[in-house]
Design a protein around this ligand. Structure first.
Ligand code: EPZ
Length: 433
């Protein structure tokens, strides 16, 4: 089994460049299936396991993909199937958003129900409800959802989402772009990745307005063509580096980070005592006094609140804060598995309902720990960077799902990390290419 071996206590300094956003490129690859004419060129694509899974899903449906560095050329003019391989959909929940594009273009989609995952049950009831509102029938059988459009095709509808689900907003948006008439999605997810998806759809000839607000309006069109699109920077990767550099840095420049995507985090890091400088092409961060944050109360919620995907990383940082902090997770039911691993490193945390109560300790000590999901993995790497002694982080496949060369980027900033591949990782690394 592979691991990352970290020698703690080395300060971070210099410049690190953030890659393209995983959670933008995944729905954008799904949306590329809508192009009946021309080809798409998707740029700034990170080399991640999840991107490989989505690329394999789109290829399995018949699209022709060509990688060239961080660009992918997608030719979806001739697709062969409306049923992506179940093992790919089950491997990654995000693949479920191929349903909307397939239903819109072919009037049918047969998609395996995504598995749950470590952070809690991951229902798709809002996806199904939204696509049914556009006129589709949805039959759940043998672990699949079989969607069919009516004979005349999908029609516009007014849809209210009980929860501003990122994935459901994406699936409905991508189905509505070819539906007859207007679709209004209310209580839509406002994440920047959904805005990026809408920008790509509009470049393909769609008419999507209001992405990034509570109400998205889509005017159906007859057909879409390929388009060139550069994916936005990954705000969660950027936030991971900002949190680490607020603790153990001598001044780090996070290049390609967009501060307006990170306002809640920046506010919290400044409250904790870090110094943040917003520069046009990135964000500079200087550490808190003595490398220890002032205690904070953090609450995750839907965008534009503090992102759940930075919760684990913030918990790790607050383990050595100068007092008692609380972190409340409101989006997912079970996203504190990293707490037990941090306790092995000497953290003093207890869970009360959906809140982690963190008593700051003077320092953590290195230990063998295991990542339980991709953001928990990043949190354990941050803990290892600030701990005394050596830390071994296992569960690399989680980290590889969401971070493009995390070890290399931290090493470039002066940290002492080494990645030791296990057999499983060597196999996966070959598949990512
Ligand atoms: C996206 O997941 C992200 N993944 C997640 O990032 C992120 O944590 C999450 O949004 C919340 O911001 C991708 O974009 C690929 P949701 P998604 O639908 O779309 C409930 C990472 O680390 N819900 O917004 O699956 C659901 O149970 C990953 O990169 C329903 O009840 O999240 C959850 O409580 C982890 N019914 C809440 O909504 C539904 O039909 C938010 O889920 C759908 C969702």
């Amino acid at each position: 089994m592979g691991k990352i071996v970290i020698e703690g206590g080395y300060p971070l300094e210099g410049t690190v460049r953030v890659s393209g956003a995983k959670n933008a490129v995944l729905p954008i690859l799904a949306a590329s299936l809508l192009a009946e004419e021309g080809v798409s060129q998707i740029e700034e694509v990170p080399r991640l396991l999840d991107v490989r899974v989505m690329a394999d899903t789109v290829s399995a449906l018949g699209a022709k993909l060509e990688w060239n560095g961080s660009s992918i050329r997608v030719d979806a003019r001739r697709l062969l199937s409306v049923c992506p391989p179940a093992e790919l959909v089950r491997k990654m929940r995000a693949s479920f958003v191929v349903a909307g594009p397939l239903l819109a273009r072919f009037g049918e989609a047969m998609v395996a129900l995504p598995g749950g995952c470590n952070i809690g049950p991951r229902p798709v009831d809002l996806h199904i409800k939204g696509l049914e509102a556009l006129g589709a029938t949805a039959v759940v059988e043998n672990g699949y959802v079989h969607f069919r459009a009516p004979r005349g095709g999908l029609h516009g509808a007014r849809i209210y989402l009980d929860v501003p689900s990122v994935g459901a907003t994406q699936n409905i948006m991508m189905a509505a772009v070819l539906a007859k008439g207007q679709t209004i999605i209310e209580n839509a997810a406002k994440e920047p990745e959904n805005v990026d998806l809408a920008n790509y759809l509009n470049a393909m000839g769609a008419r999507v307005r209001g992405a990034g607000t509570d109400v998205i309006r889509v005017e159906g069109v007859d057909r879409l063509h390929g388009a060139t699109h550069a994916v936005i920077p990954d705000r969660i990767e950027a936030g991971t580096f900002l949190i680490a550099s607020a603790l153990i840095g001598r001044g780090v420049y996070v290049e390609n980070a967009l501060s307006h995507h990170l306002m809640p985090l920046i506010a919290k890091l400044e409250e904790a005592g870090a110094v943040i400088e917003d520069r046009v092409e990135g964000i500079k961060v200087w550490p808190c006094q003595g490398g220890r944050m002032r205690p904070l109360d953090v609450k995750t919620h839907y965008y534009p609140s503090f992102p759940t995907d930075l919760q684990a990383q913030m918990v790790a940082a607050l383990t050595v804060a100068q007092g008692t902090s609380t972190v409340t997770e409101t989006v997912f039911e079970n996203r504190f598995m990293h707490v037990a691993e941090l306790q092995r490193m000497g953290a003093n945390i207890h869970i009360e309902g959906r809140t982690a109560v963190i008593e700051g300790v003077p320092r953590l000590t290195g230990a063998r720990v295991t990542a339980t999901d991709l953001r928990a993995g990043a949190a354990l790497v941050i803990a290892g960077l600030l701990a005394e002694g050596q830390t071994e982080v296992y569960g690399l496949h989680h980290i590889d799902r969401g971070y493009d060369n995390l070890v290399g980027k931290f090493t470039q900033l002066g940290a002492r990390l080494e990645r030791i591949e296990g057999d499983a990782e060597l196999q996966i690394a070959k598949s990512v290419g």
